[in-house]
Design a protein around this ligand. Structure first.
Ligand code: PLP
Length: 406
């Protein structure tokens, strides 16, 4: 039998992680690695006030154990947030998790029997693959780019590949930033329904949705509304699970995500969660619920989108000017884009040199379920200001030029 530990580890190669940690610690390296929200967008003062108010009014309850399904007031807020996105769920159909990442783990355990076929996009969020690796699934890889999903290949994954579970990031796809169209969403649901397959719609970035490049600021009049999450389409509802998170839209340090889906699945997931960690931290759940009592989440998100969209545009301009022939596609959401280095240069081999030159990126090969894409890099624009983005790409250009000559 394979060693499951080895499988979980290869998604985040130790040498890459060590170098990226070193780059952050060095302080003088501009890092486009890691899909993290902008430090300066955290509502720190407001969260501080929410914390003080929770401790003043409900201190004992906030420091006490709670229940595995999550804090009731927070679940009400989640239900309201989802309703605004067009998804109808009752509070009983929502489980608060320790980040969306825990939701991935729970769903892997509940929906994917060991060794069973599992359809995933390729590339996709590497830590989702890491969570599912624990089931040692028979991967059915469905190509995904910023401009869409290979629906023929998805049909094949169900039909001939025997997959009965699909994991996808329909909006703000990680790493490409792609957003599936409504037509693609309907086709995914039609195929899944036909094969009685589960669909895990990872909506961690769902609210981070931009106007297409050059079509004006998101949130401005005329900007297309974000495409609804899959559960909003009302088809095949007994097999669609929605995965949400407050990490990208508010603060990952809270470690709060959620899953929403059919009541029976949520009941099972709640039991499993209880076995894993009893509950999501009571304190942060209550602080978040109190913050949401006072501050409209949509207004906060709109402010964030304005910043992220501008950074996305600056990164695209810098890449266009520096690597006009490199393969990449403009992201319509999320925090990152995928770039293929010119001349099929090996991203992992280039990383130490890039860090020495004062910039960091993430080699994206682990995002491809079967690997084989050494020149792919993931560039995140979310937590670097516009000057830093231009500087990082300028430095990368120097590294690439030297590597080509060498
Ligand atoms: C697509 C996707 N899903 C889920 C997660 C996990 O998010 P959380 O911080 O809520 O665990 C991430 C984090 O990067 C992500 O990119």
């Amino acid at each position: 039998m394979q060693n499951p530990r080895a499988d979980v580890w290869h998604r985040h190669p130790a040498d890459v992680e060590r170098q990226l940690r070193g780059a952050v610690a060095a302080g003088n390296v501009v890092t486009l690695a890691g899909g993290v929200p902008a430090d300066e967008l955290f509502p720190s003062v407001q969260l501080d006030e929410a914390m003080a108010s929770v401790m003043r009014d409900d201190g004992a309850a906030a420091l006490q154990y709670g229940w595995p399904e999550g804090h009731d007031r927070l679940r009400e807020h989640i239900v309201a947030w989802m309703a605004a996105e067009g998804v109808e769920v009752s509070p009983e159909a929502v489980l608060v998790t320790s980040g969306a990442q825990q939701g991935l783990h729970l769903l892997g355990r509940l929906l994917v029997p060991e060794g069973a076929p599992l359809a995933v996009e390729t590339p996709t969020y590497a830590s989702a693959l890491q969570a599912f690796d624990l089931r040692q699934p028979a991967w059915r890889a469905v190509p995904r780019t910023a401009s869409g999903l290979d629906l023929g290949c998805l049909a094949d994954a169900f039909e001939r590949g025997g997959a009965r579970v699909l994991y996808l990031v329909a909006t703000g796809h990680n790493p490409t930033g792609g957003v599936l169209t409504e037509g693609e969403r309907l086709e995914v649901l039609r195929l899944a329904e036909r094969h009685d397959a589960w669909v895990i719609d990872d909506d961690a970035y769902g609210s981070i949705h931009f106007a297409r490049c050059g079509r004006g600021a998101s949130g401005a009049p005329g900007t297309p509304k974000r495409p609804s999450p899959l559960r909003a389409f009302g088809r095949h509802l007994d097999r669609i699970v929605h995965l949400g998170s407050f990490s990208k839209v508010l603060a990952p340090g809270l470690r709060i995500g959620f899953i929403a889906g059919p009541a029976s699945l949520i009941r099972e997931a709640t039991h499993l969660k209880q076995a894993l960690d009893l509950e999501t931290a009571t304190l942060t759940q209550r602080v978040l619920a109190r913050w949401l009592d006072v501050h409209p989440l949509d207004q906060h998100i709109a402010r964030c989108i304005t910043v992220y969209q501008r950074r996305r545009d600056v990164l695209l301009d810098a890449i266009h000017a520096t690597f006009p022939h490199a393969r990449r596609e403009p992201p319509d959401g999320g925090f990152s884009l995928l770039l293929h280095l010119p001349d099929r240069l090996d991203a992992r081999a280039l990383l130490p040199e890039a860090i020495r030159a004062g910039m960091a990126f993430e080699p994206a090969d682990p995002y491809f379920v079967h690997g084989g894409e050494p020149s792919a890099v993931r560039l995140s624009f979310s937590n670097v200001d516009e000057y830093g983005i231009r500087l990082a790409i300028h430095r990368l250009a120097g590294v690439v030029e030297r590597a080509k000559v060498g």
